[in-house]
Design a protein around this ligand. Sequence first.
Ligand code: CMC
Length: 375
Amino acid sequence: MGAQEPVVVHKGLENVYVCESNICFIDGENSRLLYRGYSVEDLVENSFYEEVAYLLLYGRLPKREELSSFVESLRQSYELPKVMLDLLKQFPKNAHPMDVLRTGVSMLSFFDNSSDDYSRALRIIGAMPTIVASFARARKGLELVAPKKELSIATNFLYMLNGNEPDEEDARAMDIAYIVHAEHEMNASTFSCIVTASTLSDLYSVVTSGIATLKGPLHGGANERALEYFLSVGSPEKAEEAVEHTLNAKQRLMGFGHRVYKNYDPRYKILKPLAKALSEKKGKAWVYKTAEAVEQAALKRLSEHKIFPNVDFYSGILFHALGIETDLFTPIFAMSRSVGWIAHALEYVQNNRLIRPKAYYTGELNKKYTPIDQR
Ligand code: CMC
């Protein structure tokens, strides 16, 4: 029995608009995704992550000088304080890199001497790849690789991870992965970020909230699970039986389905050919072919329910082909998404309203306290 008049409860806040925004437009029926009015396909074709980051943060494409000073400031943020590097080496080797990233971003705030939110934003976006790559090496007992300030964010990440610079094709694939993950309207992690921002907390707390929320397997964590699934299926021939088994057991196929897209996720369309090309190049074509067979088998069952592959279906194959360990996939998603989180947080507080929804109480009323030995 409720204590109030019955109300409509918007479980999962589905279809609830929480703010007005100029950052991202999604048309889930027609597979459209626009950042500040530009289609993600156009940006992937013509731009690169740093320029997209500027676009998302400032609302327009930069002029040449604006872009170079933005890139320069970002690159000044690649390095971590020595005390953080020392600590990263002491973290348990089995810690999940997403937990390390969450703690790392939070810790960065101790060393902040930025003068405003935009320089703070660049500090966070620039430093996140260094946290992830450094921990990835430290846990294997490898020497840490210092960032190279002349490299782009995506190239520098692969460089810090592997100790050598990627070739142009690998670097471009990483950059495209960065672009397609950069922003996605009011998803769960971005909502966490604006909740935190709405209390007038700081940007480090905002991004820490975002990382914590992205970690879950229904959100960013799906890319790791999708790749693990393909590896466990083992070959294209076994895909149909595996998918039948998964779906008949009422389990969810990771990398499929979306709250907003009721058609193909446009990011999936961008990543699929890249995943194919890189898998073939790196001698891992069987993983791609297995994923494709899983996709075909799953579509037979799920497409009639408007459940299609999402961004996470092929992103893991791409990262795997680049030699990246599975548990770094979600941190990469976070590294890229940090810009979207920050753009939304900064936009939200321009017209701030503390986010404080309500819970409809369905518990008992007027109970009397029972002493412990009478329960
Ligand atoms: N595999 C099998 N069945 C599914 C799937 C799936 N991946 N996704 C949805 N369904 C079914 C679900 O079982 C339900 O069926 P029924 O009505 O018979 O119970 C129906 O579709 C509706 O599902 P829902 O959970 O109400 O839909 P939602 O809008 O909450 O789902 C989702 C969105 C992403 C949580 C869900 O599709 C899912 O769990 N997908 C797998 C995880 C995943 O790939 N997540 C990444 C999302 S994209 C990256 C990002 O932006 O975070």
